[in-house]
Design a protein around this ligand. Structure first.
Ligand code: ZN
Length: 146
């Protein structure tokens, strides 16, 4: 029987090999934001289209390690269709899950597939890879509200 770590690995590999929501969106109405993680060489580009306070469309592109790109793919799925406020809560929850001292099982369950990235907590350098797309999303939401 596959253990939890194997399952987590499978989810990450799946998102890395079959990235969701790849592409671009016209700007405007979407905003474009880029993020880089110089420690690892990861790059992400986000296109976010907010309509009536809702993240109506998300398209992403990027290159880098499997953690950064899997996180980017999962993030794009997690926030699409959410309100901007909900998306901001997700960003904080995710960053809390990755950097917090303790991992509360209930909080992790709430994260669904995103919990697969908690395996990275053991490798502090890779946490930056996992958080990159989420920080960039925060910047994109700021931009869309200007
Ligand atoms: Zn990386």
């Amino acid at each position: 029987m596959a253990g939890l770590e194997d399952l987590y690995k499978e989810i990450i590999v799946d998102h890395y090999k079959n990235p969701r929501n790849r592409g671009t969106l016209p700007t405007p109405p979407a905003v474009e934001e880029q993020g880089t993680n110089p420690y690892c060489g990861d790059e992400v580009t986000l296109f976010v289209q907010v309509e009536d306070g809702v993240v109506a469309e998300v398209a992403v592109d990027g290159r880098g390690c499997s953690i950064s790109q899997a996180s980017l793919s999962m993030m794009s799925e997690a926030v699409k269709g959410k309100s901007v406020d909900e998306a901001r809560v997700l960003i904080e929850d995710f960053k809390g899950m990755m950097t917090g001292d303790e991992l509360a099982p209930a909080d992790v369950m709430k994260q669904g597939e995103l919990a697969a990235l908690t395996g990275v907590r053991k490798f502090p350098d890779r946490i930056k890879c996992a958080i990159l797309s989420w920080n960039t999303l925060g910047q994109a939401l700021d931009k869309s509200e200007d």
